[in-house]
Design a protein around this ligand. Sequence first.
Ligand SMILES: C[C@H](N)C(=O)N[C@@H](CCCCN)C(=O)O
Length: 525
Amino acid sequence: MKEHIQKKLSDSKTARWSAMLIVSFTMMCGYFLTDVMSPLENLLTTQGKVVYFTDDTSMSADSLITKVKLFSAASALSEPELAVEKLEEGMNLKYMDSVDGIQTEMEKTVSAVAKGEGWSSTEYGFFSGAYGMINVFLLMLFFGGLILDKMGIRFTGTLSCGLMLAGALIKWYALSTDFGGSMLFGMNMQVALASVGFAVFGMGAEITGITVSKVIVKWFTGKELALAMGLQVAMARIGTAIALGVSLPVARMMGAVSYPVLFGAIALCVGFVSYMVYCVMDRKEDASEVAVRQEAGEKEEEGFRMADLKQIFGSRGFWLITLLCLMFYAGVFPFLKFATKLMIFKYGVPESFAGLIPALLPFGTILLTPLFGSLYDRIGKGATLMLIGSVMLTVVHILFTLPVLDYWWFAVIVMVVLGIAFSLVPSAMWPSVPKIIPLKQLGSAYAIIFYIQNIGLMAVPWLIGWVIDRFATLRDASGTITGYDYTVPMAIFSLFGLCAIVIALMLRSEDAKKHYGLEEANIKK
Ligand SMILES: C[C@H](N)C(=O)N[C@@H](CCCCN)C(=O)O
């Protein structure tokens, strides 16, 4: 008689890769919403109507109208009735402006008009950092990890997807409503409410992040773990790239900053449904695992105990990975929030293309993260990959700081290098955690890492927004903003890179002492 050997569902290649694709799609929708506002910084921080022209420049409606009226009065044209509210797509406007110090007659055709929200850079920074606020101050990520290890993947993932959706809807409501100058918590009502929405969303997104990580470890341990994690991160980056690339065109086309958020919320509903589909697979995987254990006469694995936390906190390798994560990610995600405006004001890129250069960063990582992940699976060298990535991050930020080669093509090259760094470190960092911490504590371990990382994701945008208002904003004698000098903010980002290098070196030497296996291949032959 043929012997029947019970197999787990995850032993099927099709099943485990399908599970990976499904949960990664949910995460991708989350990443889209995380960065959907980044290209809108200039629009959010401009007061009143923003007018875009066919030559790809943008101008504040007030200053344009003043110029047009001055010109029409001087040339007896019939424009004195022109007002901000009357500006529309297709209008032809004539005015005088100074070109190389000479007053010259100019003509521009309006290609789109959108509503600027008049936030300050500090308010924009506060809003961007709000993502990590609940996670950090209410320790929600920490509790999220405990919930994940205690209540399981299906319960936690469903809860966290719901939180993401609720947060996205609050943010959309805030951005699409005119609060007529009212205040909340001593703050512009719109900024405050949008920040609350982003904070709720951030709590959901981060808990979904640790849940998805645990899903992948569950289905891929002993198999293509780093490749699977790399592909999951790659799909997440597609979400970021789409956000950076399409958000501004959508806001311009629809005339308001709230529309890209609305589209993100609709996509997230689909992501939610896809997570429900995963839950069905998860149930089957658990059932097949029980059957395999019964056949082998094995006992069920012990669950997570609070005492296990001591083991996590006592590991020096764990702390080094956590600090590396804090410093490295502080130099990347918060940078992305400010990168579009950096392209406009440091590299002179027209606003309509400016989001495309930062979008190169996640695009590059889409191919490279799984590639480096697969390299790590086969040949190891995880600690070295993290070190090289940290060095590249630092060099990139120093180049963005220095007043040299302020050309758009140089910004493109530097951004591509940053993309390589942003592939190297995550592809080696995340699959290295299970080499230091056992599976049953992994939810909590990822949660603590994400928790500390969130302190950076929250505080760095706050710091940079404030620094831009205080040290980077250039004004003329009347106080009108004339431009930005990004030397100080970018020097701060360079410092994060330097810290990452030091920590990566310490991690490599700790690995050599404790034999975590970070330099060894993941796939056992
Ligand atoms: C922002 C989030 N906390 C984060 O760090 N995400 C990582 C991916 C983590 C995947 C772990 N398996 C990222 O690089 O986006």
